[in-house]
Design a protein around this ligand. Structure first.
Ligand code: PBG
Length: 331
C-alpha cells in the first residue's frame, strides 16, 4: 500500500508568521487612506453623529486638529464635507459659491496649518447647500437639470480651488462635468489641481448616515436615481469611467465600496489609471453595529475590509475608519 499525500501543500507557506509575511501579495498602509471629515459652524464645537457612532462634525478649529493628527499618522489626504446652516441653504444652493463658506474656511485653515504636508479633497455637488437635498438644480417636477447644474458645479469647483483645494472630486454624476471643470481649472490658473471623478457612483441605500451628517437627509424629496447609477449595472460603469478619463480625470472613484468591488476590479483591469473606492457611511455603520453587537472584532473587520479594497485593485480608500486604521497599522 502506497502512502497517500497531497502533491502540493498550499498550507506549507502559511505555517509560520514569517512565511505568511514573505508571501503576502497586497499591503495596506496609512498612505492608502483618505479621511472624510464633516465641518460645522462655531468654535470648539464637536457634534457626534448618531447614525455614525464614533464620527463627529467639527468646527474649523477642530478640523485643523484632525488634519495635524492625520499628518502624524501618515494619512496623505482629507476629504471635507460641510454641514451648512439651514438658513444658508436655498433652492439653487448658491452658498456653494460663497468664497467664505464653511468649506472654503476649512480648506484655508488646513492649508495655513499644514501646507503641503497633507492634501485636501473637496466634494463638488450641491446637496449640502440645496433646500431640497438634491445634488443639482431642479425643474418643476423635481428633475435634476444636467447642463444648468454643471454651470454651478464649475463655479463651485473654482471656488474650492481658489481656497486651496488640492483634489476636486465631483460627486454629482452630471454628464460632461469633468471636462467642464478641468478646462475651468486650467483657465483659472489651477493646472496642478487634480480631479478625482466619482466616476461610478451608484444610487445606493448605503448613504443614509452621510445625509444625516451633512443635514440633507431630512430635506431630500424623492431619490437620486435619475443621475446616480443603477446597482444592477456594470458595463455602464466602464462607460462612465472611460468618459471621465477622456475628459481629463486624474483618478476615478467607485462608490459605494465593498458591495462594488467587482466594479473596482473591472475598472482596474480595463483602464491604466489610479482607482479609488469610497467605503461609505452605511458600510462604516454596519461594521460598528456588528462590533457593538458582538458579531465581530472591530479592529479585525476594519483592517480586513480595507485590505480587500487593495486586493481588488484600489490605489486608496476613503474611509471614516482612516484614523483608527492608521493607528492600528502604525502599531
Ligand atoms: C454627495 C455625496 C454623498 C456621499 C458623498 N458625496 C451622498 C449622496 O450622493 O447622496 C455619500 C458618502 C457616504 O455615504 O459616506 N453628492
Amino acid at each position: 500500500m502506497t502512502a497517500s499525500y497531497p502533491a502540493i501543500r498550499l498550507r506549507r507557506t502559511r505555517a509560520h508568521a514569517w512565511s505568511r509575511a514573505l508571501h503576502r501579495e497586497h499591503v495596506l498602509t496609512p498612505a492608502e487612506l483618505i479621511w472624510p471629515l464633516f465641518v460645522t459652524e462655531g468654535d470648539g464645537v464637536e457634534q457626534p453623529i448618531a447614525s455614525l457612532p464614533g464620527v463627529s462634525r467639527w468646527s474649523v478649529d477642530g478640523i485643523v486638529v484632525r488634519a495635524k493628527e492625520a499628518v502624524e499618522l501618515g494619512i496623505p489626504c482629507l476629504a471635507l464635507f460641510p454641514n451648512t446652516q439651514p438658513e444658508r441653504r436655498s433652492e439653487k444652493g448658491e452658498e456653494a459659491l460663497n468664497p467664505d463658506n464653511l468649506m472654503c474656511r476649512a480648506i484655508r485653515a488646513i492649508k495655513d496649518a499644514c501646507g503641503n504636508d497633507i492634501g485636501v479633497l473637496t466634494d463638488v455637488a450641491l446637496d449640502p447647500y440645496t433646500s431640497h437635498g438634491q445634488d443639482g438644480l431642479i425643474d418643476e417636477e423635481g428633475y435634476v437639470l444636467n447642463d444648468a447644474t454643471m454651470e454651478m458645479l464649475v463655479k463651485q469647483a473654482l471656488n474650492q480651488a481658489n481656497a486651496g483645494a488640492d483634489i476636486i472630486a465631483p460627486s454629482d454624476m452630471m454628464d460632461g462635468r469633468v471636462g467642464a471643470i478641468r478646462s475651468a481649472l486650467e483657465e483659472g490658473n489651477h493646472a496642478n489641481v487634480q480631479v478625482m471623478a466619482y466616476a461610478a457612483k451608484y444610487a445606493s441605500a448605503f448613504y443614509g448616515p452621510f445625509r444625516d451628517a451633512v443635514g440633507s437627509g431630512g430635506l431630500l424629496k424623492g431619490d437620486k436615481k435619475s443621475y446616480q447609477m443603477d446597482p444592477a449595472n456594470s458595463d455602464e460603469a466602464l462607460r462612465e469611467v472611460a468618459l471621465d478619463i477622456a475628459e481629463g480625470a486624474d483618478s476615478v472613484m467607485v462608490k459605494p465600496g465593498l458591495p462594488y468591488l467587482d466594479i473596482v476590479r473591472r475598472v482596474k483591469e480595463r483602464f491604466e489609471v489610479p482607482v479609488f473606492a469610497y467605503q461609505v457611511s452605511g458600510e462604516y455603520a454596519m461594521i460598528e453595529a456588528a462590533a457593538a453587537a458582538g458579531a465581530g472584532d472591530r479592529d479585525a473587520l476594519v483592517l480586513e475590509t480595507l485590505l480587500a479594497f487593495r486586493r481588488a485593485g484600489c490605489s486608496g480608500v476613503l474611509t471614516y475608519h482612516a484614523a483608527h486604521a492608521a493607528r492600528l497599522l502604525n502599531g
